[in-house]
Design a protein around this ligand. Structure first.
Ligand code: NAP
Length: 344
């Protein structure tokens, strides 16, 4: 009989890629959506899998709602991807972020313990928990030092996953994933903001793209590969925690350079820090500028992951190069913006 996988947050980037990979592996896939949202299936539609997914409404803020869903469904595997996932917004909504990302996971763990203790659980943890990094590169043994309400809440969830595994014997894994992007990434995240913004500039819909800290360094991989790592974590004999990362780090500035080249701009930077801006020397027009209002109150300076444990135990490694990722995102955004124009 087909295994049942429950994916919370299926409308998000990772939810869509994970649904696709699990369906390809023969799973019955049930995804949660919030009744208060408009059940956005656009990402699942883009991957052509929306029709094969079953939906159930679930809100991480409501304990009884979570319990009822689990009691009814009795899933074999649970992938908890639901979260207020935007770090920047967590400074504006710290209490809400904590309620969803920290207490929401505790509610889920309690419900699993009660309703389906045999289920295997994946928790979407994050490299942001390393924050003000203590060691470079970061792996499963690196001390945490979170620098945002988002990361603090995720760390609370991470330790609860470890405690429920050790204390109650749940099969629960925490995947400490470094940034992973794709054409399905939310528009609020810097990589997508850049490729979407440059698509609009290239098509004459926008003059200048405004970005925050150009010197922040991130380890960016392709989301389509990371969901395979999530699945592999739940197929082991014993549950454990794993870092998934590419092992390369890039500044936002270098990502912008790569994206500019993908759109055919000849970008030249002027000035530094808060006053930096970039000119397309082909036209002499300023196409990108730093806006200090977009800086985070506390920044995470240098994220660089060491995924050697995932490679050794799970046989997982990131294969997509940053150039391929940028090309993929740039092409998708150019086509989307152009099609939108053609329709308008
Ligand atoms: N992408 C990365 O680089 C990265 C790295 C490390 C960890 N993570 C974590 O991995 C997970 C997936 O990331 P993603 O990029 O796919 O995020 P995403 O695109 O922002 O998706 C988040 C999902 O969570 C749902 N959600 C939000 N609040 C909820 C609530 N109160 N109850 C139930 N569902 C709720 C959203 O539903 P609506 O559609 O209703 O808003 C959406 O489906 C997140 O937990 C994120 O924090 C991501």
């Amino acid at each position: 009989m087909a295994k049942t996988a429950l994916i919370t947050g299926i409308s998000g980037q990772d939810g869509a890629y994970l649904a696709k990979t699990l369906l390809e592996r023969g799973y019955r896939v049930v995804g949660t959506y919030r009744r208060t949202s408009a059940m956005p299936t656009n990402r699942l539609d883009e991957l052509g899998v929306a029709q094969q997914v079953e939906f159930v409404d679930m809100e991480l803020l409501e304990e009884s709602n979570i319990r009822h869903v689990l009691q009814k469904l009795k899933p074999d595997e649970i992938y908890n991807l639901a979260a207020q996932s935007f770090v920047g917004l967590s400074f504006e909504l710290p209490l809400y972020t904590c309620d969803v990302n920290a207490m929401g996971v505790l509610r889920l763990l309690e419900a699993v313990r009660e309703a389906c203790p045999e289920a295997r659980l994946y928790q979407a943890s994050t490299s942001e928990m390393f924050g003000k990094v203590q060691v470079v590169p970061q792996n499963e043994r690196t001390p945490f030092c979170p620098r945002s309400p988002y990361a603090v809440a995720k760390l609370f969830a991470h330790w609860n996953v470890v405690n429920y595994r050790e204390g109650y014997g749940l099969y629960a894994c925490s995947g400490i994933l470094f940034n992973h992007e794709s054409p399905l990434r939310g528009l609020e995240f810097v990589t997508r903001k850049v490729t979407h913004g440059f698509a609009r500039v290239a098509l004459g819909l926008q003059d200048v793209l405004r970005v925050g800290n150009l010197e922040a360094k991130r380890d960016w991989g392709f989301a389509g590969e990371y969901v395979d790592g999530m699945w592999r974590m739940l197929q082991q004999d014993t549950p454990d925690d794993y870092v998934l990362a590419t092992g390369r780090t890039t500044t936002v500035r270098d990502f912008v350079d790569g994206a500019a080249a993908a759109f055919g701009f000849a970008l030249e930077w002027n000035g530094d820090g808060d006053s930096a801006s970039g000119v397309d020397t082909k036209t002499g027009r300023t196409i990108i500028a730093v806006d200090p209002l977009l800086y985070r109150p506390t920044e995470v300076a240098l994220l660089l992951g060491d995924a050697s444990k995932a490679k050794a135990v799970l046989g997982w490694e990131a294969k997509t190069s940053l150039e391929e990722l940028i090309q993929m995102m740039a092409r998708a955004d150019y086509d989307r913006v152009k099609t939108g124009l053609a329709r308008a």
